[in-house]
Design a protein around this ligand. Structure first.
Ligand code: IVH
Length: 688
C-alpha cells in the first residue's frame, strides 16, 4: 500500500470506528458484531504501526470514548455481595464436604458434585441487565454498598453491553474484573518509562484502573471480565439453570467468558487431583490466580445450605500457599533513573521464588526501607507479587547480624554528587544534576535512541555507557558526531568494518525525524508519546514550540494559558515542560539537535487549506448531531487545533446547548462564536 493509500484508509477506518464507538457506547445500539469491530480496530492498528506518522490524533487506538465523572456515586446491592470461607489443605477440603453431607443429611462418603474453578485475583463487580441491556455496573465495596462504575466498564470488550438472547428480563451477573499478567507487565513498563509509580500486582493495577474518575483512562487499560455468579434474577432460577455447571454454560451463551479450566468433581479425590494440577499450572496461566473455588453443583442443595455469617455454606476457596522465599540481602544500592529519581535496590543472594531466580528487588523509596526495616546483612522474606515483580516483605529480626546498620538514604546523587532533594509531599528523592549526571545522561541517551524516539538500532545500554565513559557521547547531539571516531570505533572489541558502517548509517538515517518523535526523545518528565503528539500538533514545529515555551515562563502569559489549554496536559506536566526550557543547557542541546536533524513539522492531515487550517477551536455544550469526539476529530481533520479552554488566541468557540462559562469567557474576549448549525455548515463546506 502506498503512503497516500494508507492515509485514506487510516482516515476511513478512524472515522468508521469512532462512528461505531458512538453507536455502541453512547447510543447502546451497535450495528456491527464485536468480531467485525475488533477486525476494524486490528486493521487500523496494523496500518498505524506501519505508518506511525499517519496516525490521527483522534485515533481510537489512542483513546476509547467514555465520559468523565466528578465522583463515583454509591450503589446499594439488593442482594449483598458476600465473601468466601477458606480451606488451606486436603484435610480441610474433606471437612468442608463432610459438613455439607451432615447439613443435608447425606450418608458418609455419598457423592456430592462440586464445580471447581480458578479463583482470579481481581476485583468483584456486579453487572445489572434489564431486557438484555447493561444498565449498571457496580463494584463490591463493602458487600452492601459499592460504587457505580458503569461509565468505566464501558470500555471493557469482555463485558457485553447486550446479552445474547434468550435472557431474563432482569439479571445481575457477578464476576471479576482483572488484568492479564502480560498486560500488567506492559502497563508497568510504560509507567516506569514515564516516571509514574508502578502497580505492585495485577489486582492493584485492575482496581486502580477501574476506579478512575476519568473513564477514558480506564478504557485505555487492558481490563477483562470473567463471570462466575448471579445476584438478582427476575425469573425463577430453575428456568435458566438447575446447576452451577449449567449456569456456567448459560453465562457463555449470554456472551461472557468464564473461569477456565473448570472441572466437575464427584468426590474429595477429584478435588485433590484438580488442586495439584492447578498448583502446577498456575504459572502458565494468563492471569493471576490465588486459589480455587469449590461450589456445590446442585442449586436446590445450594439453596438448602444457605449462608453462615457473610459466606455461603455451599462454597469455599482453596487458597494456594503464598510463594515465599528467604535469602540474604547483600547490599542496598541506589539507582538513578532518566528523570533523576533515586531508587533503592536490594541485591540479594540469588534464590528461586515461584519458579524464577531472583537476585534483585526494588525497595521503592526511603519510607519503604524504614517501614520494612531492612538492612544490608539481613535475611529477608521475599514474595513474587503478581508472579512478576519480586517483593521484599520484611526482614527476620532474629537473623540480623549485630553489626548491621540502618541504611542511610543519601541526600546527594551517588552518580554525580549533586544535591538530591525530596519535595514536600513526595516519596521520591531526585537528583538535581540534570544532564551533568552520568546516570541520568546514559538513561536519557537510551531513551533518545529508543524505538519510539529516534529509533537508532545498535546503540544498546552497554555501548552507550562505553561511549559515554570515553567521552564520545555525553549528550544526544554527540551521537551525530560519532563518525569522527570511526577509526577508533573499528578497533573496539566486537566491532568491525561492517558493524561500524551499519551503526553510522543508522545514525544518519535517524536524522530525518517527525516533530513528535523529537519531542518524545527529549525525555522531558511526564512527556510520553501521547503528550508529545499533542504538543507537536499544537505547535507544529520546533521554533514555534520553543518560543512559546520561553514566553510561557511568565505564568500569566498567553503562551502559558495555551499550553494549559491543550487537552490532557495538566498543570504538573505544564510545569515540567516549562522547567525543561528554563534550563539553559536543555535549550542549547535542543537547539543543537534542531540544527543537526531535519525535523519534519507535524504532518497535518488536511493537506488542502480549509477555513479551519491553523485555527484554534474550542467546543462546549451539548451538540445534537455530532458527539464531542466526532466534532473534535472533524475539526482536526480540517486542520484546526482543538483546545480545552478559551483564551484570547481562540479563533472559534462552537457552543452547543447549555454552554456555560466557556461561552461567557469567549464573549468577553470577543472570540467568534459558532452555533452547532454554523459549525456543521462550515465543516460540510470545507470537506470537499
Ligand atoms: S464465587 C458468595 N468464584 O473471591 C461469594 N468468587 O474471596 C461467591 N473470586 O468476592 C463468590 N474468583 O471477588 C467466586 N471463581 C470465583 C471467583 C471468586 C474470584 C473472588 C470474588 C469474591 C472473592 C471471595
Amino acid at each position: 500500500m502506498t503512503k497516500s493509500e494508507a492515509r485514506t484508509e487510516i482516515e476511513r477506518l478512524t472515522a468508521l470506528i469512532l462512528h461505531h464507538d458512538k453507536l455502541y457506547y453512547e447510543n447502546d445500539a451497535p450495528e456491527i458484531q464485536d468480531a467485525e469491530y475488533d477486525q476494524l480496530r486490528r486493521n487500523l492498528a496494523a496500518l498505524e504501526e506501519q505508518f506511525p506518522e499517519l496516525q490521527l490524533p483522534s485515533s481510537p487506538t489512542l483513546k476509547v470514548s467514555g465520559k468523565a465523572q466528578e465522583k463515583f456515586s454509591k450503589f446499594e446491592h439488593v442482594v449483598p455481595m458476600l465473601s468466601l470461607s477458606n480451606v488451606f489443605s486436603a484435610e480441610e477440603t474433606v471437612d468442608f464436604l463432610q459438613r455439607i453431607r451432615r447439613f443435608l443429611g447425606l450418608k458418609d462418603g455419598q457423592e456430592i458434585e462440586i464445580v471447581a474453578e480458578p479463583k482470579i485475583d481481581g476485583l468483584a463487580c456486579a453487572l445489572h441487565y434489564r431486557h438484555g441491556q447493561l444498565q449498571i455496573a457496580a463494584t463490591r465495596g463493602d458487600g452492601q454498598t459499592g460504587e457505580d462504575v458503569t461509565a468505566n466498564i464501558a470500555g471493557l470488550k469482555s463485558i457485553p453491553k447486550k446479552l445474547k438472547a434468550p435472557f431474563p428480563a432482569l439479571v445481575e451477573i457477578r464476576g471479576e474484573v482483572y488484568m492479564d499478567k502480560a498486560d500488567f507487565v506492559k502497563l508497568n513498563q510504560g509507567r516506569e518509562a514515564e516516571g509514574e509509580s508502578i502497580f505492585a500486582n495485577p489486582r492493584n493495577a485492575a482496581a486502580g484502573s477501574l476506579r478512575q474518575l476519568d473513564a477514558s483512562v480506564t478504557a485505555s487499560r487492558p481490563l477483562k471480565f470473567l463471570a462466575y455468579g448471579l445476584g438478582q434474577l427476575g425469573d425463577p432460577l430453575s428456568q435458566w439453570a438447575d446447576t452451577q455447571w449449567k449456569l456456567r454454560q448459560q453465562f457463555r451463551d449470554w456472551g461472557f467468558a468464564t473461569n477456565e479450566p473448570a472441572v466437575l468433581c464427584h468426590d474429595e479425590a477429584g478435588l485433590e487431583s484438580y488442586y495439584q494440577d492447578s498448583l502446577k499450572a498456575r504459572h502458565e496461566m494468563a492471569y493471576e490466580i490465588d486459589g480455587l473455588v469449590y461450589k456445590v453443583n446442585r442449586f436446590d442443595w445450594q439453596e438448602r445450605l444457605g449462608f453462615v455469617a457473610r459466606a455461603p455454606r455451599w462454597a469455599t476457596a482453596h487458597k494456594f500457599p503464598a510463594e515465599l522465599a528467604q535469602t540474604l540481602l547483600e547490599k542496598i544500592d541506589i539507582q538513578v533513573g532518566r528523570t533523576g529519581t533515586l531508587t533503592p535496590v536490594a541485591y540479594l543472594k540469588p534464590v528461586a521464588v515461584a519458579g524464577v531466580m531472583v537476585s534483585r528487588a526494588t525497595l521503592h523509596n526511603e519510607d519503604e526501607i524504614r517501614r520494612k526495616d531492612v538492612r544490608a546483612g539481613d535475611t529477608v522474606v521475599l514474595q513474587r507479587a503478581g508472579d512478576v515483580i519480586p517483593q521484599i516483605l520484611r526482614s527476620i529480626p532474629e537473623k540480623r547480624p549485630k553489626d548491621a546498620v540502618e541504611f542511610v538514604f543519601p541526600d546527594t546523587c551517588p552518580e554525580c554528587g549533586s544535591l538530591a532533594i525530596r519535595p514536600e509531599g513526595e516519596v521520591a528523592r531526585r537528583c538535581t544534576g540534570g544532564l551533568i549526571c552520568p546516570a541520568q545522561a546514559v538513561e536519557r541517551l537510551k531513551h533518545f535512541v529508543s524505538r519510539d524516539a529516534l529509533d537508532i538500532e545498535g546503540l544498546g545500554d552497554k555501548i552507550l555507557r562505553a561511549f559515554f565513559e570515553r567521552g564520545w557521547v555525553k549528550k544526544p547531539s554527540d551521537i551525530f558526531a560519532l563518525h569522527a571516531h570511526e577509526v577508533e570505533l573499528k578497533t573496539m572489541e566486537g566491532w568491525g568494518d561492517k558493524s561500524v558502517f551499519n551503526l553510522l548509517a543508522a545514525i544518519e538515517k535517524a536524522k530525518d525525524i517527525a516533530f513528535e518523535r523529537f519531542i518524545y526523545g527529549l525525555g522531558i518528565r511526564q512527556v510520553g508519546q501521547a503528550t508529545s503528539r499533542k504538543l507537536a500538533q499544537f505547535y507544529g514545529d520546533y521554533p514555534h514550540w520553543k518560543s512559546a515555551m520561553l514566553e510561557a515562563q511568565e505564568t500569566d502569559s498567553h503562551a502559558a494559558h495555551d499550553l494549559q489549554s491543550i487537552e490532557d496536559i495538566g498543570p504538573s506536566v505544564t510545569k515540567d515542560i516549562i522547567s525543561f526550557f528554563a534550563e539553559e543547557h536543555n535549550r542549547d542541546e535542543a537547539d543543537m539537535l534542531h540544527t543537526i536533524l531535519s525535523i519534519r513539522p507535524f504532518e497535518k492531515i488536511a493537506t488542502n487549506e480549509t477555513v479551519f487550517t491553523g485555527k484554534i477551536m474550542v467546543f462546549t455544550g451539548t451538540m445534537e448531531k455530532m458527539s464531542r469526539a466526532e466534532a473534535k476529530a472533524t475539526a482536526e481533520r480540517l486542520g484546526a487545533k482543538v483546545a480545552g479552554s478559551v483564551s484570547a488566541k481562540t479563533d472559534y468557540l462552537v457552543a452547543g446547548e447549555d454552554a456555560g462559562s466557556k461561552l461567557k469567557n469567549a464573549k468577553a474576549l470577543g472570540v467568534t462564536i459558532l452555533s452547532e448549525e454554523d459549525w456543521l455548515r462550515m465543516a460540510a463546506g470545507a470537506q470537499i
